[in-house]
Design a protein around this ligand. Structure first.
Ligand code: DP6
Length: 328
């Protein structure tokens, strides 16, 4: 085994209060804070080896050479690690997601969180959780939330130093289930990185950002008190606000497909009919349908029977990013 090698595992996450728009797009210092749940069982496994003989950084994603943009982002993170560790070697990175690509589950969050831990350990660094979260954030904003476990809040901060995520409750605190209704398996048209840059062109973004501390407080309390009805209302409002900003940006961003709205309307009708369930949608057409564990089989069944829902993935709250193997 190589002396400068480590492998880490990290869960994907779903935001309950969304991150959309940056005050510093280079460092991913967000315009406002966000809250998410790590998704157990949907993870990236990333191995890093610093190699004195390598002439450049190399990134293998799911067994194939990664696109240049992904390699650039990984290299920038590796560069930060090399600076911190006083190391000059290039690295070989191999990353795999266990969830199917093109299902709308963002792999950048889990991939870059796992890369932050694997690369820092492979370089001989022992970073604390906040520093790891900051390192992951430098590559992809939402990745900072996959570093701590369970229910996680990313405090926006205003600099590289104070913009990081921490756990507000462990995974075992509340057995919520994310039933992901997959509507389209094709890649999203506008990557979120480009979308964030458009947020401030919407006249609604300033109002959304100004109201975020209120929504964060309601969401935090709903999680801590396991109050599903309060959670449902704030989660749907927050998702609708983000999509309203997207739809009113210049140019306008429409991530929804007709089937997205169909699932939204079904979920609203189910809740009205007494089933505690709510929806949230990221930068894509698939709908994350949240419920408490006891309702998950019924919700999965209902979603499977919904027209144009191709498949349903389910995930419970997941733990923190952790090392799989370390060689000194
Ligand atoms: C809609 O973290 O993917 O999923 O920082 O440019 O990598 P970059 O963006 P990314 O944005 C995620 C946007 C979102 C909402 C969220 O996860 O909070």
């Amino acid at each position: 085994m190589h002396p400068w090698a480590a492998t880490a595992i990290s869960c994907a996450n779903i935001a309950l209060i969304k991150y959309w728009g940056n005050r510093d797009p280079e460092l991913h210092i967000p315009s406002s804070g966000s809250i998410s749940i790590n998704l157990d069982g949907l993870y990236s496994r990333t191995g890093v080896t610093f190699d004195p003989a390598a002439l450049a950084d190399q990134l293998i994603l799911n067994g194939e050479n990664a696109p240049a943009t992904a390699l650039e982002r990984a290299s920038a993170l590796l560069e930060r690690v090399r600076e911190m560790a006083g190391l000059r070697f290039h690295a070989r990175v191999e990353s795999e997601n266990n969830f199917p690509t093109g299902t709308g589950i963002a792999s950048s969050a889990s991939g870059f969180a796992a890369l932050a831990l694997a690369a820092s350990r492979a370089a001989g660094l022992e970073l604390d959780e906040a520093s790891l979260s900051r390192l992951a954030r430098s590559a992809s904003g939402s990745a900072c939330r996959s570093v701590p476990g369970g229910f996680v809040e990313w405090q926006a901060g205003e600099s590289d130093q104070n913009s990081y995520a921490f756990s507000i409750a462990p995974a075992g605190h509340w057995d919520l289930v994310d039933c992901v209704a997959v509507i389209s398996q094709t890649h999203k048209s506008i990557p979120s990185q480009a979308g964030h840059r458009l947020a401030d062109t919407s006249p609604l973004q300033a109002a959304r950002v100004a109201d975020t501390p209120r929504r964060l407080a309601i969401c935090r309390r709903a999680i801590l008190e396991r109050d599903f009805e309060a959670l449902a209302q704030i989660v749907e409002l927050d998702s609708n606000l983000m999509h309203a900003v997207m739809m009113t940006s210049s140019p306008a961003l429409f991530y929804w497909l007709p089937a997205t709205l169909q699932v939204i309307l079904s979920v609203m009708a189910w809740r009205k009919g007494g089933v505690p369930v709510c929806y949230t949608i990221d930068a894509g057409p698939n709908v994350h349908v949240l419920c408490q564990a006891g309702y998950a089989p019924e919700i999965t069944e209902r979603l499977n029977q919904t027209e144009r829902v191709m498949r349903v993935l389910t995930a419970h709250p997941g733990g923190p990013t952790h090392l799989l193997a370390e060689v000194d």
